[in-house]
Write a protein that binds this ligand. Structure first.
Ligand SMILES: C[S@@+](CC[C@H](N)C(=O)[O-])C[C@H]1O[C@@H](n2cnc3c(N)ncnc32)[C@H](O)[C@@H]1O
Length: 420
């Protein structure tokens, strides 16, 4: 028997991610498998990435080729987490058509490891420095890792409320779960099916946590808004949606200056603008010569370690190095220091990162406030037509239990400039 297509795709994908640094969401975008095989492929890749880190460290010390390491991680996940019969797993992995794969070496190591306890568990297996970051940030590690070893559901926000779209959503109702915070937000396990039915520009795949930073900014028509770190534009789409839906007879929405430092990412933002027919977003490439007007509001979505998205992007475990966190924190500090000068007195600045490390979140803001006494944190209540319940803002931060709601625990903070 030769290895099944779903396992072989999973094997190739894992090899690219772990040894060549490819990104999960990019390599899996164009996988051509039918629904059932695709689901199994996704499950295997996710389980290996999420639960196999300790195993990977151990196997890396054995005299094995890259193909053998990957095949062993997959085989052990099938045996230990999925509880597959030994004969199925053994027959599947003996015929991997790769030059650096030896059936003999593979079986020798598999036999040696198959009875080893605690080698691969039905729970998160992370590099120590990431565990330390979770502990330091005071996130409850048990709830954080609770649903980690499952394939995440895809969440999307519906942008159109035409009768046609509402009818389509009704026809999909058995396949959709409601948003945890947002109205018009849905989760689905069968995204491919949902995708095939809904028109492409009527929804946006975005996390609920990500949308919260836009709400915290409270964008209003007539305001000058600067969006920093805008590409590929998930937040831009929601920002334009909020501005257009604002009932305001006095002010017309002004164009949002959506800045990014990367040329290729600005192209991605332009594509997003085309796809969603965005009229208010003005993609702007940052160069040393770019001059910005003083704005009423600034949203900074800074580059970060992305650890809050581990559930949907478990490949971060293999990409991120401990030293990267310090470099990213320095970048964020520079960005905050540069853009703070473009905000008017009584203007609002929202800083957000999709991570929970102290250094990139709370610590970063404390340092900023120490140096910039003319800024203070914002207190208030977020009550919006887009969310199910009011959210309190304490010390500039959203007072919500990210873990209990199974939301990605983003760090989002809102500051006000009190004087020059
Ligand atoms: C977290 S991503 C942004 C995601 C985006 N806001 C979205 O919702 O789709 C951070 C972005 O910041 C950009 N960036 C990094 N340094 C920057 C700088 N100094 N000025 C502007 N953008 C920057 C990166 O190129 C990257 O696209």
């Amino acid at each position: 028997m030769s290895i099944t297509a779903s396992r072989f795709y999973a094997f190739k994908t894992l090899k690219r991610i772990i040894y060549q640094g490819a990104y999960l969401h990019l390599v899996t975008r164009n996988i051509n498998l039918n629904g059932r095989d695709r689901a199994f492929f996704k499950l295997l890749v996710n389980l290996v990435l999420k639960s196999g880190y300790k195993l990977f460290e151990k196997l890396s010390k054995e005299k094995l080729s890259n193909s053998e390491v990957i095949a062993l991680m997959m085989a052990l996940v099938e045996l230990k987490i999925l509880g597959k019969e030994k004969y199925i797993v053994f027959s599947q992995y003996k015929s991997i058509p790769e030059k650096d794969f030896s059936e003999k070496r593979f079986f020798k190591t598999l036999k040696k490891l198959e009875n080893e306890k605690n080698l691969i568990e039905n729970e998160i297996s992370l590099p120590n420095f990431i565990i330390n970051q979770i502990v330091d940030s005071k996130l409850d590690i048990n709830s954080f890792t609770k649903n980690f070893v499952s394939t995440p559901m895809t969440g999307f926000f519906v942008l159109s409320h035409s009768k046609e779209i509402l009818d389509l959503l009704n026809s999909l109702s058995g396949k959709l779960y409601p948003g945890r915070i947002f109205k018009n937000y849905y989760y689905t396990e069968s995204f491919a099916e949902v995708l095939g039915i809904l028109p492409k520009d009527c929804y946006i795949v975005i996390s609920e946590s990500s949308m919260l930073s836009v709400l915290l900014l409270e964008p209003k028509p007539g305001e000058k808004i600067l969006e920093v770190g805008a590409s590929p534009g998930g937040k831009s789409v929601f920002l334009e949606y909020v501005l257009k839906n604002y009932k305001d007879n006095l002010n017309k929405p002004k164009k949002v200056i959506s800045v990014d430092i990367s040329e290729s990412r600005i192209s991605a933002l332009k594509k997003t603008c085309e796809k969603y027919k965005l009229k208010l977003i003005n993609p702007t490439l940052y160069t040393k010569k770019t001059v910005f007007d003083v704005s009423d509001k600034i949203l900074i979505d800074a580059p970060c370690s992305g650890l809050s998205t581990l559930d949907s992007k478990p490949d971060i475990i293999f990409h991120l190095k401990e030293s990267d966190i310090k470099l990213l924190a320095k970048k964020q500090e520079d960005i905050l220091n540069y853009y703070k000068d473009f905000i008017r007195v009584k203007g609002k600045l929202v800083y957000s990162v999709c991570t929970f490390t102290e250094m990139e979140g709370k610590g970063q803001i404390e340092k900023f406030l120490q140096k910039n006494k003319n800024f203070k944190t914002f207190e208030g209540v977020l009550s919006s037509k887009y969310i199910n319940q009011d959210i309190i803002i304490k010390d500039g931060m959203l007072d919500i239990d990210w873990n209990a709601l199974s939301l990605e625990p983003f760090f989002i903070c809102c500051l006000e400039k009190v004087d020059e």
